[in-house]
Design a protein around this ligand. Sequence first.
Ligand code: ZN
Length: 445
Amino acid sequence: MNCAYFLLGVVIGFCLQNISFGAVEPRRYDGYRVVTIEPQKDSFEKIDALLASYQLDIWRRPSVVKASYDVLIAPEIWDVMTTAFDKAGAKYVITIGNVQQLIEKERFRRTPRRVRRQPRRFSLHRYHTLDEIRRWMYHFSRANRDIVKRVQVGISYQGRRIFALKIGVPSANVTKRIIWQDACIHAREWVTGATLIWLSRKLVKGYREGNSDIDRYLTEFDWYILPIWNVDGYLYTWTKDRMWRKSRSEAGSYGCYGVDLNRNFETPNRGAGTASDNPCSEVYHGPKAFSELESSSVQKFMLKKRSHLAAVMTLHSYAQYWLYPYGYTSEHSPDNDELERISSEAVKAMHKKHNAVYKHGTVSDIAYQVSGGSIDWSYRELCVKYTFGVELRDTGKHGFLLPPRYIIPTAEEYYEGLEVVVRQLLQESRENERSSFCTQRRGRA
Ligand code: ZN
């Protein structure tokens, strides 16, 4: 890449990073656009280096499924960037013309009129603040205390407690198997948290109404549902910067904040793939594995439950992918065939609900190589075979700013896929739920 571009990129990238940190008012995105960039076959490296040097916010990276980037571009650098794309022979189209407008729509015109008239009512026709969600979790667990408990599963950098809902029919005699669900490890992926709130309500309502499937799901399993994992980051997306992704810890140098919590888990090949050792990067993996309180505290909680964990599902957005290990390597896990079969059934079931197309495969094959991700850790260290990561809607039209009218359809189709996993678990013995990676490792020891 042209050296002048690189230096200019470093300076502008640094300034853009820092505009958001000192701001008292929420950061505005007037005139920001999201473009989809399609590099020519030989220009991926050039574009990659260009985006990295400007520290641009990459919303979606190229994958086997879609060989293009979605990138957020500030108006100040629009001309410089588009000239550089032209020079590199990369085609680009604008997918979101004005990001600020979409943010405002999401926040202020987010509810049907009949719901807007009851502003204090918790509703899945809109997104909710951290406070509203916490209050809802408290009241929901108290109102359903025979089957729902609010459980602290960790703590954040800024000292906030991280709560999950434990939903299940209490059993005096057996230690029940656990289905784990988490969301919003990446702060800006709002639809993931909303989906798990929908799921919690669905399970409780179904049980109350005598739905025989759900009755069985709650009798056989305890569900741990963690709707907002990255609590500090999520709060920040409401108060300061809607597009925030990482934690809010002080990363030290350059005045940059936060660690990508989904790069902070212990996996081999630390730093490989889309993970960075640059504290200003959106995918900064932190000074060491589990350096962050959010990942280390929840990790400890999960380790305590290890022998009972039957499935771990972690939600992200956006791309519409149903993923399974590995991410840190392109090699396949010893359970690949089985995870492939279940995933293929899951995406078919999801498609039937609202016609949305989800692709499935390993993280590394379908998305891109990622080290330090939670699902690889769950598979290898928690030894949970049925470990899936699901990238919910959409495929780029709204990206992270998915309008609230899509919350319920997204949650409904996720539930269809989830049921495929649960039906599999109902046929399995505890022994078969361990990952073959772990049983083979034990055999070798
Ligand atoms: Zn994510």
